[in-house]
Design a protein around this ligand. Structure first.
Ligand code: CAA
Length: 282
């Protein structure tokens, strides 16, 4: 099977990044979201990224226009009937993802692979919402998608070898390096990353250090490109909390309990860069 038309559900920070790298690799892309304003915002972000590449001389204006022309904006999920593969990058909320997979299973052609960019919900649980669990897989991109090299690929219990190989090859076509993880909560990336971020929030909560000192320690002491609190703001504090909740529920282990301060920020609507305020102000 050759993947020519690629669908992305969700035009937010992950979805528009995935749509960008897919279109840059030469695929026709359908970028779908529930509201036209979300899709248009996603297109504007992609255009801004591509314009920056043109300004830096990394891409010609004609290439930029060709990439943009390959992305079809969509607000009707039925448009995905034309897709050979779809990656779902909607909000990290299980009922929403379940509904999307039920719809995609009904709408997409029988050969289509249905992937999810979930950062922590078990793939097998999502696959069980479809009648094609052998064609369901995790394709977990990192933020910011155009920059980060990794794609974590997660097989559900029923995922076929063919689905796995096609997804692996596609990640490479996108210029990424894939790594395989088994299907346990948080997979590898967030099983390791999120407890570190959560512990940094505990350091702030317990007054061990200021946000600046915590981030400076990890940046300069561990050579991380950004501190854990700034990274949490980039990822979104709601997403961080959702992942901690999934780890906590999935392992029934108190070591994954979310820090109360993280929950407090989320309840206040301080979600990080996307709302202008998280641990820092933007
Ligand atoms: N979109 C597209 N390109 C971007 C970008 C964005 N949002 N942010 C930065 N870039 C590009 C810049 O244009 C620049 O490109 P060139 O090299 O072509 O000039 C390059 O990235 C470097 O950017 P800057 O010089 O502005 O900034 P920087 O060197 O400080 O890098 C960073 C910024 C890439 C975000 C870096 O700080 C970093 O790697 N941070 C860690 C990110 C990380 O850990 N991501 C994983 C999050 S976890 C996750 O995503 C999974 C999950 O499930 C939660």
């Amino acid at each position: 099977m050759e993947i020519k038309t690629f669908g992305v559900i969700g035009a937010g920070q992950m979805g528009n990044g995935i749509a960008q790298v897919a279109a840059m690799s030469g695929l026709r892309v359908i970028m779908n979201d529930i509201k036209d304003e979300f899709v248009q915002r996603g297109i504007a972000t992609i255009k801004k990224n591509l314009d920056r590449s043109v300004d830096k001389g990394k891409m010609s204006a004609a290439e930029r226009d060709a990439v943009l022309a390959r992305i079809k904006p969509s607000v009707a999920i039925d448009d995905l009937a034309a897709a050979d593969m779809v990656v779902e990058a909607a909000t990290e909320n299980q009922p929403i993802k379940f509904r999307i997979f039920q719809d995609l299973d009904r709408i997409c052609p029988a050969h289509a692979i249905l992937a999810t960019n979930t950062s922590s919900i078990p793939i097998g649980r999502i696959a069980s919402q479809t009648k094609r669990p052998e064609q369901v897989i995790g394709m977990h991109f990192m933020n910011p998608v155009p920059v980060m090299k990794l794609v974590e690929i997660i097989r559900g219990l029923a995922t076929s070898d063919e689905t796995f190989k096609l997804t692996w090859a596609l990640a490479e076509k996108f210029g990424k390096t894939p790594a395989e993880s088994n299907d346990y909560p948080g997979f590898i990336a967030n099983r390791v990353l999120m407890p570190m971020i959560n512990e940094a929030v505990y350091c702030l909560y317990h007054g061990v250090g200021t946000r600046e000192d915590i981030d400076t320690v990890m940046k300069l002491g561990m050579n991380h490109p950004m501190g854990p609190l700034a990274l949490a703001d980039l990822i979104g504090l709601d997403t961080c909390l959702a992942i901690m909740e999934t780890l906590y529920a999935g392992f029934s282990d108190s070591k994954y309990r979310p820090c109360p301060l993280l929950r407090k920020y989320v309840e206040a609507g301080w979600l990080g860069c996307k709302t202008g305020r998280g641990f820092y102000q933007y």
